[in-house]
Write a protein that binds this ligand. Structure first.
Ligand SMILES: Nc1nc2c(c(=O)[nH]1)N[C@H]1C(S)=C(S)[C@@H](COP(=O)(O)OP(=O)(O)OC[C@H]3O[C@@H](n4cnc5c(=O)[nH]c(N)nc54)[C@H](O)[C@@H]3O)O[C@H]1N2
Ligand SMILES: Nc1nc2c(c(=O)[nH]1)N[C@H]1C(S)=C(S)[C@@H](COP(=O)(O)OP(=O)(O)OC[C@H]3O[C@@H](n4cnc5c(=O)[nH]c(N)nc54)[C@H](O)[C@@H]3O)O[C@H]1N2
Ligand code: SF4
Ligand SMILES: [Mo]
Length: 832
């Protein structure tokens, strides 16, 4: 670490480093260019893989036998191959040259953690004069999760940091227009705005949204600000829209709403059951690790309504299921396991409760019944159930395909039952593995307590002892009931019960369900403050906009999907007058009479450790020394916990509690008017509402346009052709997108990604169909109709709210054939 308080280290600090640097960077660039030239002649991999690992077999700890090399090449291919397609040779050479140009001068190198997804890859950021030049693998000891690999976003997705339209000054709205303001003026306006509402309507008329993109320290600060200054628990974040059903099911069944496995378990298990996860596109580096393990002999079973790339992987056993019916096929597997006497009786007896109830409840889910409801062929269901039960170890992996339903919690209950009945929880290389989403949704979105029911570390607000502890620490009285979740905050705002909101690092104007309505709600608030790195669709409605720093300009920690807490280090100075999230919140807190006096993010982590048993032994110093720690880590001598529940579950009686899931299908079935089931999600190149990836030219060139996947049979019935525009209509609105006719979804199911504001898929989704326990929306099932667009003026411009569908004016110039960017769809299909 250097003395300037940032995490930067200089490559020319010591003569040893200097030598290594020349050899390192120069050699790396040379190899990259040579490889690029070699590959330029072959179309599909026309550009360079940039990780050392792409030179197959040279990674640390890897066997260099020919077989192994071939295997590694195949798995690395996904990562480097897609990177190759996303970036032109010119772009890569620019980056190579940018670093080479500086090679005789000082280049700053900072080891840090990726800002995109929760896999938790670490790497070195190369920076110079406030610009991110590129990334390279860091010391593998500091990156046990990814070693030398990163995906296309982690590798190249950094242009947004230096983007011209970054927010660099606080902005206040005057007569409907934003103007720059000093920090003092902007923060005073925020304090006054919030205080006025509190005075007139009470603190419960305020809603706060914290950020899973920001660090643990930022989120700790946010929840403390909300609870201490306003005495409310109305603080939530995007975990609600994502894995809240996972948290709700697992916390009641096994103790913590988190993965029970660590990265080592995930890389070395004997069997995977993966469902509702497009792992290759959304957790790419993890996907390569899984594939490598499968090539080494592990079994893999994939259940998904779409034949995602993990399903196409040669070694995968893939079963297509209808969307929205997961409890049915999972219960069917539980039934078959018990029927075949493959359940783990000793484990069930010693470590669980509820088996008889579960056994009874699954009786009706015969393979034939399962086939009728979900389409899963009986032989495939039985084979998967038997393989999972017989495997020495097994990881049960899921993401949003299970959770984003109006019955997501029940899906996860069913999945946890299967894992428990087969005895695959609480032992090495086995366990429950929800792949978490945002870079820091595990830590910032949950562990740090910016959620209505819990203080940091899942200490319930309804428990008197916990509450007293935090009341004393924060010097306030706090309610003994949970506050409002984000989805409830929007519904309450619609009813006039929430009057003001503060949104840090979230873009609900695009990511909430039924966004036409969500935007209307944001626009009608008495007061809205937004703290972001860009002027988002949400920020446009704000009274005050506060400029935050990106991960490249911040110090702190992110907690990966596998509960591993890792350092994030400041590599460049904040752009303009932007500040780190916790610094902004600390300044604001002063205006409510609470002077926290934190000087660094490390100070905040020390306070977290004091108040939060599962983070009790975590400090920035230890993380620097040990490279990362998995919670629970109770004290300074505790080594952290990789595999959880080895001895007992974290429930009152130490046992896992199975229960019969309540089996419900989608809240609204398809019908004559809306005959197709729409499921929504992501593509490899893009990230959520696009604030970061839309600023990356290379990405936009190949994945710049929204699309809908339609099965050929369905397309024929609808009279829709590949690459032609269609209008998609739900009970909430319509959008116009280009059709990609493909067998990836089944007949009757269509898929649209969530990344594009001009034809936002959330104009179609429903905000009232929520999971009753977790309040997650039903993003994975919306009944829709699809028709060919009449001509190019039909819904040109992309969108219409339900009431505007009848009479749309033609868009000028829309009849000319537009130059369109790619959808990224073709490339994804041909990879692998
Ligand atoms: N490139 C990229 N990576 C990301 C993100 C991103 O925006 N872009 N976002 C991050 C975040 S926050 C998250 S939460 C994760 C999400 O990671 P995923 O959950 O993998 O993301 P989705 O694309 O929403 O994919 C959901 C999967 O569920 C399947 N599915 C749909 N409906 C059903 C159903 O009813 N049942 C079952 N069993 N499966 C179904 C879909 O076919 C798809 O395979 O990704 C993270 N990683
Ligand atoms: N239809 C449909 N909708 C969905 C989903 C789906 O599958 N289908 N998935 C849901 C899920 S799982 C999720 S997680 C949500 C994601 O929804 P959001 O969280 O709203 O999406 P992002 O675009 O990631 O928004 C993050 C915001 O944080 C800003 N930001 C980035 N870094 C920082 C930082 O360090 N500090 C601050 N202050 N701001 C920062 C970005 O500019 C951006 O505006 O979407 C949900 N919506
Ligand atoms: S897999 Fe996730 S954490 Fe790793 S480089 Fe890609 S986006 Fe970043
Ligand atoms: Mo998410």
């Amino acid at each position: 670490m250097t003395d300037d308080g940032s995490g930067r280290r200089s490559e020319s600090e010591s003569s040893d480093d200097q030598g290594e640097y020349k050899k390192g960077v120069a050699g790396f660039m040379q190899r990259a260019k040579e490889q690029a030239k070699e590959r330029a002649s072959s179309r599909s991999e026309s550009v360079v893989p940039t990780s050392k690992g792409a030179e197959a077999g040279k990674g640390p700890g890897l066997d260099t036998s020919a077989v192994r090399n071939e295997a590694l090449k195949r798995v690395e291919h996904v990562v480097s191959g897609t990177a190759a397609k996303a970036f032109t040779e010119g772009r890569l050479f620019d980056m190579a040259d940018a670093i080479s140009d500086y090679r005789l001068e000082q280049v700053d190198v900072t080891d840090t953690t990726c800002t995109y997804c929760a896999v938790g890859c670490r790497f070195d950021l190369y920076t110079k004069d406030g610009k991110v030049l590129g990334t390279r693998p860091t010391d593998p000891e500091k990156a046990p999760i990814n070693g030398i690999s990163t995906c296309v976003k982690g590798k190249f997705g950094w242009d947004f940091v230096d983007s011209d339209d970054r927010l660099t000054e606080p902005l206040v709205k005057e007569d409907g227009e934003f103007r720059e303001a000093t920090w003092d003026e902007a923060l005073d306006r925020v304090a006054d705005g919030l205080r006025d509402i509190e005075d007139d309507h009470g603190a419960d008329a305020l809603g706060f949204v914290s950020s899973s993109k920001a660090g643990n320290e930022d989120n700790y600060a946010m929840q403390k600000f909300v609870r201490q200054s306003f005495g409310t628990h109305n603080v939530d974040n995007c975990n609600r829209l994502c894995h809240s059903p996972t948290v709700s099911a697992l916390s009641s069944m096994v103790g913590y709403g988190a993965a029970s496995v660590d990265h080592d378990d995930l890389e070395n298990t004997d069997c995977y059951l993966i469902t509702g996860s497009n792992t290759t596109e959304n957790h790419p580096v993890l996907a390569t690790r899984i594939k490598q393990n499968v090539l080494d002999g592990a079994d893999i079973y994939v259940f998904d309504p779409r034949e995602v790339r993990m399903a196409e992987f040669e070694e995968s056993h893939y079963t297509r299921v209808e969307p929205g019916q997961d409890t049915v096929w999972i219960n069917g597997m539980v039934r078959h396991v018990i029927e075949e006497d493959l359940h783990d009786e000793a484990f069930i007896e010693e470590r669980t409760t509820g088996f008889e109830e579960v056994k009874e409840s699954v009786q009706k889910f015969t393979p034939e019944y399962v086939e009728e409801v979900t389409g899963a062929p009986p032989e495939e269901l039985k084979e998967a159930a038997e393989a999972v039960a017989k495997a020495d170890s097994c990881c049960f992996c899921w993401t949003l395909g299970l959770t984003e339903h109006a019955h997501g919690t029940e899906n996860v209950v069913a999945m946890a039952n299967l894992a428990l009945v087969t005895g695959h929880v609480g032992k090495e290389h086995s366990g429950l593995s929800p792949f978490r989403g945002q870079n820091n949704v595990q830590g910032g979105g949950g562990d740090m307590g910016p959620i209505p029911p819990n203080f940091p570390g899942y200490q319930s607000v309804t428990d008197d002892e916990n509450r007293e502890k935090f009341e004393e620490a924060y010097g306030v009285d706090l309610p003994d009931e949970p506050g409002l979740t984000i989805t409830e905050q929007f519904l309450a705002a619609d009813d006039g019960d929430i009057k003001g909101m503060y949104v840090m690092g979230e873009n609900p104007a695009l990511s909430e369900p039924n966004v036409a309505h969500a935007e209307e709600i944001l626009a009608n608030l008495d007061f809205l403050a937004v703290q972001d790195i860009f002027m988002t669709e949400t920020a446009e409605h704000a009274d005050v906009v506060l400029p935050a720093t990106t991960a490249a300009e911040s110090n702190g920690t992110f907690t990966a999907s596998t509960r591993r807490v890792q350092l994030v280090k400041q590599a460049i100075d904040p752009k303009g007058n932007s500040k780190q999230d916790w610094q902004i919140v600390q300044e604001l807190s002063k205006r409510f009479g609470n002077d926290w006096g934190y000087e660094t993010a490390a100070d905040i982590m020390d306070e977290v450790a004091d108040l939060t048993p599962i983070y009790g032994g975590i400090s920035h110093d230890r993380l620097e020394e040990e490279g990362g720690l998995c919670w629970p880590c109770y004290d300074e001598d505790h080594p952290g916990t990789g595999t959880m529940y080895l001895d007992e579950f974290e429930t009152d009686d130490g046992l896992a509690h199975m229960r019969a899931p309540d089996v419900r299908g989608p809240s609204r079935e398809v019908d004559e008017e809306f005959p197709l089931a729409l499921t929504t999600g992501r593509v490899l190149y893009q990230y959520h509402t696009g604030t970061m990836t839309h600023r990356q030219e290379g990405i936009m060139a190949i994945s710049g346009e929204n699309f809908i996947e339609i099965h050929p049979e369905t397309a024929e019935e609808l009279g829709v052709a590949d690459d032609e525009y269609v209008v998609v209509t739900s009970p909430h609105g319509s959008i116009r997108v280009i059709a990609q006719v493909t067998e990836r979804p089944g007949p009757g199911t269509v898929f649209i990604p969530m990344h594009f504001e001009e034809s936002a898929v959330n104009l179609l989704t429903d905000e009232e169909a929520l999971d009753p326990d977790a309040h997650a929306p039903e993003y994975k099932h919306t009944p829709v109709s699809v028709r060919p667009a009449d001509d190019q003026s039909d819904l040109a411009g992309g969108v219409a709210a339900a009431e505007d569908i009848e009479d749309l004016p033609p868009t000028p110039g829309a009849s000319e054939s537009p130059e369109r960017p790619g959808t990224g769809h073709e490339d994804v299909e041909s990879d692998d």
